[in-house]
Write a protein that binds this ligand. Structure first.
Ligand SMILES: [Cu+2]
Length: 255
C-alpha cells in the first residue's frame, strides 16, 4: 500500500469512528453540553493520534534495515512548528472546556443559601444515607424514602430544575448518567445541580461513591413528564401527604 492510500484509508476509518461515537439525542442541557465537548475533543484527538501512528509506522518500515541511525540535528523550523501547533491545540481545548465547565447546567454548585429559584423552577432536595435516598420537594412538602427499587422523582420537561444534594452520614454521590448529572453528597453540606430542557422519559439514578455494604442498592428513578402530568403528580402526592398520612397518624394516636 502506498503512503497516499494509507493516509486516505486512515482518514476514512477515523470518520467512521467519529460517526459511531456520535451520541444519541440530548436528554438535557447538561448532557448536551458534555456530549458536545466530548465530540470536539474527539475531533482534535483523532487526527493527532493518526499523525503520530502514521509517522511511527513510516519510521519503522522506512528505517528498519538502518544499522547506523543518526539523530536528527537541530531543526528550528520543526521546533517552532510543533510548539505553535501544540499551543493552538491547548488553547482550543482550554477554551472549549472552560465554556462547558463555567456553564451553570454543568457546574452550578452554589452554597446553601444562594439558591433562589423562581416560582416556576423546580427544587428538589436529595439526601443520601446508608443506604438509600430521601427525596423531598420542599415547596410542596413532599418527602419520599427509599424502599425496594428506590424512590422515583418526577420532573417536568422544559423547566429549570435545581437539585440540592446532601448526605446524612458518609460521602455518597448523586448520579444520573443519561441526564449528565453528577454531584458528590457530602455530610452537613448541600451542593446544587441545575439542569434544563429535559427530554421525557425514565432515567436510572445511582449512588456513584462507594459507601459501604449496600451501596449497590442505592438506586433511584427520574421520571421526566410533561407539565400537566407533573402538576397532577404533585397534586396527588400533596393529597396523600396531607390527607393520607396525617389521617393515619391521628388514627394511630387515638388508638
Ligand atoms: Cu451511597
Amino acid at each position: 500500500m502506498n503512503a497516499k492510500r494509507f493516509t486516505l484509508a486512515s482518514l476514512l476509518s477515523a470518520a467512521v469512528l467519529v460517526l459511531l461515537a456520535d451520541p444519541v439525542a440530548a436528554q438535557s442541557t447538561s448532557a448536551d453540553l458534555i456530549n458536545e465537548l466530548n465530540d470536539k475533543l474527539l475531533y482534535i484527538a483523532l487526527p493527532i493520534t493518526l499523525l503520530v501512528e502514521i509517522i511511527l509506522i513510516y519510521a519503522v518500515l522506512r528505517f528498519k534495515d538502518n544499522d547506523e541511525p543518526k539523530p536528527t540535528k537541530e531543526n528550528r523550523r520543526l521546533e517552532i512548528t510543533w510548539t505553535v501547533a501544540t499551543a493552538f491545540i491547548l488553547l482550543f481545548v482550554g477554551v472549549a472546556s472552560y465554556g462547558v465547565m463555567a456553564d451553570p447546567n454543568v457546574t452550578f454548585g452554589a452554597a446553601d443559601e444562594e439558591v433562589a429559584p423562581d416560582d416556576s423552577d423546580v427544587l428538589i432536595q436529595a439526601e443520601a444515607y446508608q443506604w438509600g435516598w430521601n427525596m423531598t420537594y420542599p415547596e410542596h412538602d413532599i418527602s419520599m424514602e427509599s424502599s425496594g427499587e428506590g424512590p422515583t422523582i418526577y420532573l417536568p420537561e422544559g423547566q429549570d430544575v435545581y437539585i440540592g444534594v446532601g448526605s446524612r452520614d458518609v460521602i455518597h454521590a448523586f448520579h444520573v448518567p443519561d441526564l449528565g448529572l453528577k454531584m458528590d453528597a457530602i455530610p452537613e453540606e448541600t451542593q446544587y445541580l441545575k439542569t434544563s430542557d429535559l427530554e421525557e422519559g425514565t432515567y436510572q439514578g445511582y449512588c456513584a461513591e462507594y459507601c459501604g455494604l449496600a451501596h449497590s442498592n442505592m438506586y433511584f428513578t427520574v421520571e421526566v413528564v410533561d407539565q400537566a402530568e407533573y402538576d397532577q403528580w404533585i397534586a396527588e402526592q400533596t393529597e396523600s401527604e396531607s390527607g393520607g398520612e396525617a389521617g393515619n397518624e391521628t388514627a394511630n394516636a387515638s388508638a
